[in-house]
Design a protein around this ligand. Structure first.
Ligand code: PMP
Length: 434
């Protein structure tokens, strides 16, 4: 992969320095650009829909910090709230009123949540929700979906086995076989496989955990009826339904995918937008389940920085913006304009391309067929994506540095941003075809 970055750039210097400090030069793997090649840009600052790298290049940003920044970078209201909170101290390890304000905003948006516990990341949220589901049901097994990512929890780093009922193998070294053996993984949108798993492991499955719009194999919507059947099957088999709305919460509707598709899960995991760009996750749900959590119940879960004042302030400021009328209709229209523009640009460049979009989360797959699950997502031409990614970067558009990620439109993006992006894509698709 040709890197457009000269070895003399500040980003290249910093990335070289990082090699002796951080594994692979980064604190989270995909940031290292391994999937697209080349040298990651070190970011100096962001404002609204744009980021600037340390060499002064400006990019229209569709990564949005992997989802949280629905209000854009450095939103004045969010910055002011964080600054104001910081003047009163950064952490106390004692209850604060802001936790209640954020919890009230969560409950208003998510009627399925009676009680909520704030944590510090999406990973903590899913890890804790599984522990709780196991405690509540007295069962150990978890059913997830191939290509579903729920953070780096041991038992969730399990991909597909060779068949839907095969016990999963650890995806990561260091995951105990015992942890992986309690996780079943079947194809997304494959209801017969879910049914077969429940039949083969009758009375053993504690919960089904699902991204109600998959976002971590690129965006893959649930097919009509899929979530409804997960709801009825989990009920029938005495398992809990956990919606991992870390991406979709406050993204595809204020009340997440459960509002958009009118399904009530037993437990919900939140993160990303909830913290407005600061480290916050949460899990919540029905009172009788959440009452199992310590100090009310026997399920232990805690955090030194949980409910952190700066994080609560950023979350409150962000969620308040999302209660303004017309916010989601605006995001929908702008995102449709982007997805349609990119599809038209790909068509004019003769590039096989499938745009998957739900609200303001979207992925353009470099393949001609429908993408409905992990297997079909993997048919995408990742080399062509890499070439497109770099061609866009060179034209001032920052996309996710992997084909299998979502792009995000924020309230800070404008029609002019979207139109400039589509213009850049016209040239980039042609470049990627060469
Ligand atoms: N669940 C989903 C659906 C996610 O997309 C992610 C992160 N991308 C996580 C959980 C884990 O969140 P975190 O990275 O904050 O631990």
């Amino acid at each position: 992969m040709a890197d457009t970055l000269l070895a003399t750039t500040r980003s290249a210097e910093l990335f070289a320095r990082a090699q002796n400090l951080l594994p692979g030069g980064v604190d989270s793997p995909v940031r290292a650009f391994r999937a697209v090649g080349g040298t990651p840009r070190f970011v100096a600052r962001g404002k609204g829909s744009a980021i600037w790298d340390v060499d002064g290049n400006r990019y229209i940003d569709y990564l949005a910090s992997w989802g949280p920044l629905i209000a854009g970078h450095a939103h004045p209201g969010v910055v002011a709230a964080v600054q104001d909170a910081a003047t009163r101290g950064t952490s106390y390890g004692a209850p604060i009123e802001a936790e209640l304000e954020l919890a009230e905003l969560v409950k208003r948006a998510f009627p399925s949540i009676d009680l909520v516990r704030f944590v510090n990341s999406g990973t903590e949220a899913t890890m804790s929700a599984l522990r709780l589901a196991r405690a509540k049901t007295g069962r150990d097994m978890i059913l997830k979906f191939d290509g579903g990512y729920h953070g780096h929890v041991d038992g969730l780093l399990v991909q597909a086995g060779s068949g839907p009922l095969t016990f999963g193998q650890p995806d990561s070294a260091g995951v105990p076989a015992a942890a992986a053996s309690q996780t079943l993984s079947v194809a997304y949108n494959d209801l017969p496989a879910v049914r077969a798993a429940f039949e083969a492991h009758a009375g053993q499955i504690a919960a089904v955990i699902v991204e109600p719009v998959a976002g971590n194999m690129g965006v893959v919507p649930a097919e009509p009826g899929f979530l409804e059947h997960l709801r009825s099957m989990t009920r029938e088999h005495g398992a809990l339904l956990i919606f991992d709305e870390v991406i979709t919460g406050f993204r595809v509707a204020q009340g997440g995918a459960q509002e958009r598709f009118r399904i009530t899960p037993d437990l919900t995991c939140l993160g990303k937008i909830l913290g407005g760009g600061l480290p916050v996750g949460a899990y919540g749900g029905r009172r009788d389940i959440m009452e199992q959590v310590s100090p009310l119940g026997p399920v232990y879960q805690a955090g030194t920085l949980s409910g952190n004042p700066l994080a609560m302030a950023a979350g409150i400021a962000t969620l308040r913006l999302l209660t303004e009328p017309g916010v989601y209709a605006h995001l929908e229209a702008l995102s449709a304009r982007l997805a349609d523009g990119l599809s038209a640009a790909a068509a004019s460049g003769g590039v096989p391309y499938t745009a998957n979009r739900v609200g303001s989360m979207l992925t353009g797959f470099f393949c001609g067929e429908r993408v409905t699950d992990y297997v079909s997502a993997k048919r995408a031409d990742t080399r062509r994506y890499a070439s497109f990614f770099h061609a866009m970067l060179a034209r001032g558009v920052y996309l996710a540095p992997s084909q299998f990620e979502a792009g995000f439109v924020s309230l800070a993006h404008t029609e002019a941003d979207v139109d400039a992006t589509v213009q850049a894509a016209l040239a980039a698709f042609r470049a990627s075809a060469e």
